[in-house]
Design a protein around this ligand. Structure first.
Ligand SMILES: [Zn+2]
Ligand SMILES: [Zn+2]
Length: 233
């Protein structure tokens, strides 16, 4: 995605990415498709895992057994059709219009759920080699809209991915954990409250590893904001 295509995409009038009807409220989604998205209505209050309606706001079994290293995860959507399709389009087909819509929807949803903004929004960093081949970081594209709305800086040059790990989607839960060990490096002081932003959370390995790194670097409160929460693989 070069700078020109980015500018042209931003100038085009919004069209629904799912049904091609005119977009609504500045989103590249029409109102009907937006309301029909798989909203994560009932979730674990700690890790945002989708739960049956009766379990809303409770802790999931995993969080009861072992507290995650982050204060809480928030996810407006479940990773289910057609949202999975939108996120895959963003990641693999340069559909930055999806980031514009989903980042905007995340921002509106988060505004109703956070008491005060963190001092920094940190998209999960990509390894420089991956960033070069993809041309953009999909988490950063989502984070951009949220950061603008909350007036918080986005990204931090001292937080880097130093190992180019195989894609998590190809691994099981144990391998995901091992795969990420030592993947991130933080070399400087960070503000006390940071929100990590990612596109999808499945087992939570990435969020946990990065949360631990941030805490070792002195961050006091880490929240994890993901667009979509999948069940555990
Ligand atoms: Zn539509
Ligand atoms: Zn949980």
């Amino acid at each position: 995605m070069n700078q020109w295509s980015r500018i042209i995409q931003a100038l085009l009038p919004p069209v629904c990415a799912l049904c091609a009807a005119p977009g609504d409220a500045g989103y590249d989604l029409c109102r009907a498709c937006r309301e029909a998205l798989p909203w994560n209505h009932h979730a674990c209050r700690r890790c945002a895992l989708p739960l049956p309606a009766a379990g809303h706001g409770a802790l999931c079994g995993e969080c009861l057994r072992r507290s995650p290293p982050f204060a809480r995860a928030l996810a407006p959507f479940r990773y289910a059709p057609p949202l999975d399709h939108l996120l895959l389009g963003l990641k693999h087909h340069d559909r930055l219009d999806a980031a514009r819509s989903l980042g905007g929807l995340m921002a509106t949803w988060l505004e109703g759920r956070i008491d005060s903004a963190p001092e920094l929004i940190l998209p999960v960093p990509l390894h420089p080699a991956r960033l070069r081949s993809r041309g953009f970081n999909q988490s950063r594209e989502l984070a951009r809209g949220i950061a603008t709305r909350l007036r918080v800086p986005v990204g931090h040059p001292r937080c880097r991915r130093i190992r180019d790990t195989p894609p998590q989607a190809e691994l099981n839960a144990d391998d995901r954990r091992r795969n990420l060990r030592g993947a991130f490096e933080i070399t400087g002081p960070l503000p006390p409250r940071v929100a990590i932003v990612d596109d999808v959370m499945t087992t939570g390995s990435t969020a946990r590893e990065l949360s631990r790194c941030l805490q070792r670097a002195g961050v006091e409160v880490v929240e994890v904001w993901v667009c979509a929460r999948a069940g555990r693989a």
